[in-house]
Every structure is written in structure tokens, then in C-alpha cells.
Design a protein around this ligand. Structure first.
Ligand code: PLP
Length: 226
């Protein structure tokens, strides 16, 4: 596994996708997705320039947390169960997977206990199929009103996952729709809602995501492959 080479190649692809879409590569945050990857290897990625890492499971994030080099931001990108919020709220820079009012309330309560304002993204299920998690677009407005009343949450943007088997056109359509929603919300006024980040795109589709407006991409296998 040549992690530095993989990262350089991804950065080059980010750069080219940005060029095609008239954007600056400095606008894009690369989150290295480290599920199933051992801490030593994650630390190699960090010394190769990675500044953000993402885990999709709370248990795994906690197990590895102390063995990961400092100076890196931790992201929780997978489904978050309400009873596990307390385990990670002090560790993460951004939770990508807010998907219910109950979860928002628990993040509020646990953040308040430690006097923290926790950054979250709302996970939206644009495709309406396959992916089990994320709220549907027509529930977004109520959710934003609800989160607006929670002072220890800063809702910083939106996240989605394209279905695994969708073709390029379907994927692009999903990303376009999330971007539209992002722009629509940006024009409205809610408390505690800042449409700053759009998290979409993984190893197989991050270039499409960038072309359609993503500024956070979550890339795992393309970094840690052999
Ligand atoms: C695993 C995972 C990724 C990264 O997937 P790759 O295809 O390995 O790049 C991104 N986002 C989420 C939510 C994931 O669980």
C-alpha cells in the first residue's frame, strides 16, 4: 500500500475536478475514511498530509482514538445511535449523520453537559431508496426549525450517500438535488443553521460530487488500497 502515492493521485483528481467546474481546490476538504484501517496505517496517512479522518462506527472511533496522532480532526460519518452520542461528543469535529429529532435532542443534551457547541450535518436521503438512513427532503424544513431551538448544536450543512449501484447519471442527479436543497436553505433564515458544508462523494464518485458542488468528500478505499 503506497498511501502517499494514493493521496497525491486523489489530490490531483480533486484539482482537475475543481478546474473543470471553476472552483478552487482549497475549497475542498478531504476526509480520509478509516473504517477497518489500523491506527499505524492511519498515522501514515496523517504524516502524508491527511488532516481529517472519518469513522462510520462509534465503537471503532473510540477504540482507535487514543492511538491516532494528534492534530487531526475526527468526523463521525455513519449512522449514530442516540445511546452512543455521549461516547463521541467530546471527540468529534463534525457529525455528518444527523437524521432525527431524537438524535438532535441527545446531541444537544450531551453537548450542553460539556459546554460544547457540536457541529453537525443533516443527512438527507435524496434517492428515497436503498440507503436506510437520512431524512427525506420533505422533512428537512421541520428538522431545521427543531434544530434552530437547540443552542448547543450548529448545523453546518448537508450530507448524502449516493446508492451503491447507481450509474453516473443517477449519481449526478442525486448530487444536483442535494446542492439545490443546500442553496434553497441558504436563502432562508433559521437559528443555528449555517449552510457551509456539503458532504457528498466517495472513492467512486467524488469527482462528480465536486463538479456538483461538494466541498467535503469522504474517501476511503482509494486512499487505503494496495
Ligand atoms: C465507507 C464510507 C465512505 C468511503 O467509502 P469508499 O468507497 O471506501 O471511499 C464514505 N462515506 C461513508 C458514510 C462511508 O461509510
Amino acid at each position: 500500500m503506497d498511501i502517499l502515492k494514493n493521496i497525491n493521485s486523489i489530490n490531483e483528481r480533486i484539482h482537475n475536478a475543481c478546474k473543470r467546474s471553476g472552483r478552487a481546490s482549497s475549497d475542498i476538504t478531504l476526509v480520509a475514511v478509516t473504517k477497518t484501517i489500523a491506527p499505524e496505517i492511519i498515522n501514515t496517512a496523517i504524516t502524508s498530509g491527511i488532516k481529517h479522518i472519518g469513522e462510520n462506527r462509534v465503537q471503532e472511533l473510540c477504540d482507535k482514538y487514543r492511538d491516532i496522532n494528534t492534530g487531526v480532526s475526527h468526523h463521525l460519518i455513519g449512522h449514530l445511535q442516540t445511546n452512543k452520542v455521549k461516547l463521541i461528543v467530546d471527540k468529534v469535529e463534525l457529525i455528518h449523520s444527523l437524521d432525527s429529532e431524537r438524535l438532535a435532542q441527545e446531541i444537544q443534551n450531551r453537548s450542553q453537559e460539556i459546554s460544547k457547541i457540536t457541529n453537525v450535518l443533516l443527512q438527507v436521503n435524496i434517492s428515497g431508496e436503498r440507503s436506510k438512513f437520512g431524512i427525506s427532503p420533505n422533512e428537512v424544513d421541520n428538522m431545521l426549525e427543531f434544530v434552530g431551538g437547540l443552542p448547543n448544536i450548529a448545523l453546518k450543512g448537508l450530507m448524502t450517500i449516493a446508492p451503491i449501484n447507481s450509474d453516473e447519471n443517477q449519481t449526478r442527479e442525486i448530487f444536483k438535488n442535494l446542492y439545490k436543497l443546500f442553496v434553497d436553505i441558504s436563502k432562508k433564515k433559521y437559528n443555528n443553521i449555517y449552510m457551509q458544508y456539503l458532504s457528498m462523494g466517495m472513492s467512486n464518485d467524488f469527482e462528480i460530487a465536486i463538479e456538483e458542488g461538494a466541498n467535503i468528500i469522504r474517501v476511503g478505499s482509494a486512499i487505503f488500497k494496495a
